[in-house]
Design a protein around this ligand. Structure first.
Ligand code: GRF
Length: 207
């Protein structure tokens, strides 16, 4: 079977993009990153894509009349590359109805907390401020809310008394790089089933 075609949206350094590219190239997952799109010209994610010979685009929202027009351009690009799954990897915008409707339950995101705790910005700071003893990361399907869609995979890390936002972020990131490719791999194998707010992982033999 042909690998699943991925489109990645990123706004920043793109370390999660890198973990997905690496997993694809190693053959760990049956997927291939076809296109990377960023809303920021200086996103290092674009450079990573170029280094790997992956087509990369900067789309400036200011060049469009409104968010719907901007997202129409994104959908057009994703379709041009026959993208089957859209991965948000540090994409700093809320996905609007234009993209959501074009890819129903075909958009994933990674968030650096154990959702539903601490959605939105500065998740690691929110966790530290709350004094939680464990935190982690979550891969979820994207719905119209902020980090609110059905949860696919999570990983935990301990939180230490002397943690800073940076030290906690680093510990969480290590786990992000494991579970994001894993979630994409499960999707590629057709093992993810969304029922209401829940995602069931179809095990082998359960088909
Ligand atoms: C990650 O912590 C991710 O969970 C969050 O944004 C950060 C992106 O990092 N959504 P990177 O650009 O993938 O390195």
């Amino acid at each position: 079977m042909a690998p699943v075609s991925l489109g990645v949206l990123a706004s920043g350094r793109g370390s999660n993009l890198q973990s997905i590219i690496d997993a694809c190239r190693r053959g760990d997952i049956k997927a291939e990153v076809k296109v990377v799109i960023s809303d920021r010209q200086d996103a290092y994610a674009l450079k990573r894509a170029e280094k790997h010979g992956i087509d990369a685009y900067y789309i400036n929202i200011k060049d469009y009349q409104d968010k719907a027009a901007y997202e129409t351009k994104i959908v057009e690009l994703l379709r041009r590359y026959n993208v089957q799954l859209v991965c948000l990897a540090g994409y700093m915008r809320l996905v609007g109805p234009t993209v959501l409707n074009a890819f129903p339950w075909r958009i994933m995101n990674i968030h650096p907390s154990l959702l539903p705790s601490f959605p939105g910005l500065h998740a690691q700071k929110q966790a530290l401020d709350c004094g939680v003893k464990v935190s982690g990361c979550t891969v979820h399907f994207v719905d119209e809310g902020m980090d609110s869609g059905p949860i696919i995979l999570q990983a935990c890390v301990p939180v230490y008394d002397d943690d800073t936002e940076d030290s906690l972020a680093e510990r969480i990131l290590e786990q992000e790089h494991k579970i994001y490719p894993r979630a994409v791999g499960l999707f590629a194998e057709g093992k993810l089933i969304v029922r209401g707010k829940k995602v069931f992982i179809r095990e082998a033999g359960n088909d």
